[in-house]
Ligand binder design. Structure first.
Ligand SMILES: [Zn+2]
Ligand SMILES: [Zn+2]
Length: 267
């Protein structure tokens, strides 16, 4: 079973791809199940305010149209990628309580009002400081907030870092990563394998294989696969290859979600 559980459409501030085209691309890629996970970042970026998924009713209604159109050919889930922000967690809580979603990814995209994708975030910091700040923030957020199913692109801080990527970078904050993984396992939360990393300088999925192995060794079982696609050509990107990587790492199943409940499927 091939899935893509991280897809952005025109409901995201940084994508113009329409949902129908994504569904077509998913079928072409041989996927049987997808989840739309458009962005909701309450603080950032301000200039895109009108393109947020702030109208969740309209978003969910639009997904329902495609669920009906593709019934029997493609299972489509209504998901959301929320940007975990320490000072706005209660607002997310209120929003999510009101809307019937299937799946929620919790990602750290900004810290202190500055996006981790912006140069300003890295100014005056060493690589070690960046990594430790990133993981400390994530740990704080997941300790205070429970309304998500998987953590998105766990080692995202390496994606936009101006430092040269080195193979051992993921070990910089392994103590914090271990705390995050233990916290997730304790709370019945999962992680995703985000294949966008193959398209960036690390040439490796997010998170690194060592972190995926570590999560399993600690007892973690909930894991989704997502391309983080913003364009049709990336829908299902390396989904089959990633399933094989997970098998090689000892996983026997991946997670899908319906109405916020995990539905594990054999790899
Ligand atoms: Zn993200
Ligand atoms: Zn994303």
């Amino acid at each position: 079973m091939l899935i893509d559980y991280h897809l952005h459409s025109q409901f995201s501030c940084d994508s113009h791809t329409n949902m129908d085209a994504i569904c077509q691309a998913a079928l072409k890629a041989g996927l049987t199940e997808i989840a739309f996970t458009d962005h909701m970042d309450l603080t950032w970026p301000h200039q895109y305010e009108n393109h947020y998924v702030h109208d969740l009713d309209n978003y969910i209604h639009t997904i329902a149209i495609f669920q009906e159109k593709y019934a029997g050919r493609l299972t489509i889930r209504a998901g959301l990628e929320i940007g975990l922000e320490k000072h706005r967690l209660s607002e997310y809580e209120k929003i999510l309580k009101k809307h019937p979603l299937d799946f929620v990814i919790g990602s750290v995209h900004e810290i202190g009002g500055v996006a981790v994708s912006q140069k300003a975030f890295f100014q005056g910091k060493t690589k070690v400081q960046v990594y430790r700040q990133y993981y400390s923030t994530m740990l704080d957020c997941i300790r205070q907030f429970d309304n998500f199913d998987v953590v998105g692109h766990l080692d995202y801080c390496k994606r936009y870092a101006p430092f040269a990527y080195e193979p051992g970078d993921h070990l910089i904050a392994m103590d914090l990563i271990t705390e995050i993984l233990n916290e997730l396992i304790k709370r019945g939360k999962g992680i995703e394998v985000n294949t966008s990393g193959y398209r960036h300088s690390s040439a490796m999925c997010l998170p690194h294989f060592d972190i995926l192995r570590h999560y399993r060794q600690l007892g973690g079982t909930r894991i989704t696969i997502g391309s983080d696609s913003h364009r049709t050509e990336h829908v299902g990107y390396k989904a089959a290859e990633t399933a094989n990587v997970l098998k090689a790492l000892g996983y026997t199943r991946i997670s899908t979600f319906a109405q916020r409940r995990e539905v594990p499927v054999e790899i």
